[in-house]
Design a protein around this ligand. Sequence first.
Ligand code: NI
Length: 172
Amino acid sequence: MNSLRLRVYPDPVLRKETEPVVAFDDDLKDLVAEMIRLMNLHDGVGLAAPQAGVSSRLAVVFHDGMLHVLANPVLLSSEGEQDGEEGCLSFPGIFGNVQRPSKITIRHNDLDGVEHETSVEGFLARAFLHEMDHLNGRLLIDNFSPMRRAMARKKLLRSKEGEDADGGSSRR
Ligand code: NI
């Protein structure tokens, strides 16, 4: 596979409809390897396929020394709520509070096509939901309050004009 590049807002592929993963073959493994390379290169903790320019229902999350590959993830249930700051590799330098459920159960396929039901909470619940939003064309700033969204837009405009975006951790 040719090497892919990180797509940054407002790249239209970030809003494009995604297709289910149907072939659990070597091409899929190559794509996942390429997504992991991009995620590490840009110092992220998660990456969804549209961020690599591929409109597939596929995402990776790396946390606590474990790699999670989510193909065709579906939210089955959620409970509680948590508030926390989120960032995104497709929005360099942009961070803001996003409210999420504190615990979720999802169904997804792994790299071999085997179906799993997984319950996660806290950081992983937030990370999984962030990546699942990507698969539905929903982006970081869509989850901000209107005021925070306006501030983020201003900052994005400024950084486009050449100002350096500041760094940060926990970008997905
Ligand atoms: Ni993201």
